[in-house]
Design a protein around this ligand. Structure first.
Ligand code: FDA
Length: 302
């Protein structure tokens, strides 16, 4: 199981395949978990979700950005997404990754790009979530958030429960709207819990902490055990539905997404789109090798 996970994480980090995949278009079943390659396709998916009582957080996919021109292109595209959210009146906000906006090139350049995005979103009262990547980008991403939160209040971020230091981080950022996740990257033993039980235990601890002490909590998981635990916890602690939401990725556990929305919980689907689907798709296969069924169905249907 772990070998499979490592295999797909390694594939997700392959720069050549990442570049090649941009030219192939959505392949291998990726179209079931990626909402198209362009803004109109993505907006149609968001409208469909909205019609089912589900909001969206939109991710313009992009990995391994080492050229300023690529980061500027990503910034322009995200600015177009902000305009599209406003023009179409959809219930959606943005998720972004600082590396796509140039964090690996120059932190100051990245900050300038992010400031433009956050400013444009602020104008329309649109929230921007800073996704969290691997450990090497953790502190640099928080530095950007610290800087931008001096000027803007429409930003929030992600807490990854596998990191030992996640309880210190959540304490520091408790006044932010936070998405809490288990953690998707491969991290070493000296930094992060490795076993499922340890990660799940810390995950529940962080969720409970932020539900009781924090601003708004996005519980981002496909794990029904966690979801059931949260339902019970909020009931027992009189936490109202407007203090939290559940989030899942586009294309995953659609029945459960609809069920939670119909039960009156706030539900938000993470909607990735764009040509740079490969790394995202490989990480999904790493998390759940059963997702390989998506690939085999596509191959055998050809
Ligand atoms: P996990 O994979 O641990 O599964 C637990 C159990 O849930 C399984 O054993 C099974 O019973 C059930 N289950 C899970 N998936 C299922 C499925 N598809 N069908 C049926 N049953 C299923 N990570 C990160 O590092 N940075 C980030 O910014 C984000 N952002 C983010 C946003 C959103 C909206 C989500 C949902 C996730 C992220 N993640 C993330 C990824 C996250 O860290 C984590 O890797 C995945 O969500 C996988 O963990 P789960 O909690 O979903 O369940």
């Amino acid at each position: 199981m772990n070998l499979t996970k490592d295999f797909f994480i390694t594939l997700s980090q392959n720069k050549l395949l990442t570049k090649g995949a941009k030219r192939w278009g959505l392949q291998l079943g990726a179209q079931t978990v990626v909402a198209g390659t362009n803004i109109p396709e993505m907006i149609r998916s968001v409208q469909e979700l909205n019609s089912q009582g589900i909001s969206a957080t939109i991710d313009n996919l992009g990995e391994f950005v080492f050229e300023k021109s690529e980061a500027l292109e990503a910034k322009e595209q995200i600015l177009h997404v902000i305009e599209a959210i406003h023009e179409n009146g959809v219930d959606a906000h943005i998720s972004l990754k600082p590396t796509q906006l140039g964090l690996d090139i120059d932190a100051h350049f990245c900050l300038g790009n992010l400031r433009e995005i956050v400013h444009a979103a602020h104008h329309y009262d649109i929230f921007i979530n800073f996704d969290m990547e691997d450990y090497g980008h953790l502190q640099p991403s928080f530095d950007l958030i610290d800087e931008l939160s001096k000027e803007y209040d429409n930003i929030g971020t992600v807490i990854q429960a596998y990191f030992y230091q996640s309880d210190e981080i959540i304490e520091k950022y408790k006044d932010f709207r936070l998405r809490i996740v288990k953690g998707a990257y491969k991290e070493p033993e000296n930094l992060a819990y490795q076993g499922k039980n340890d990660i799940d235990k810390n995950y529940l601890k962080l969720i409970e902490y932020h539900l009781l002490n924090g601003k708004f909590t996005s519980i981002a998981t496909h794990d029904h055990h966690v979801i059931n635990h949260v339902k019970k916890f909020v009931r027992e602690n009189n936490i109202s539905n407007d203090k939290f939401e559940f989030q899942m990725l586009y294309g995953f556990r659609k029945d459960l997404q609809l069920k939670l929305a119909s039960e009156g919980y706030n539900f938000c689907t993470y909607v990735p789109f764009g040509h740079d689907w490969y790394g995202y798709f490989m990480r999904r296969l790493a998390e759940r090798p059963q997702n390989l069924q998506l690939v085999s169905k596509q191959l055998f249907n050809k």
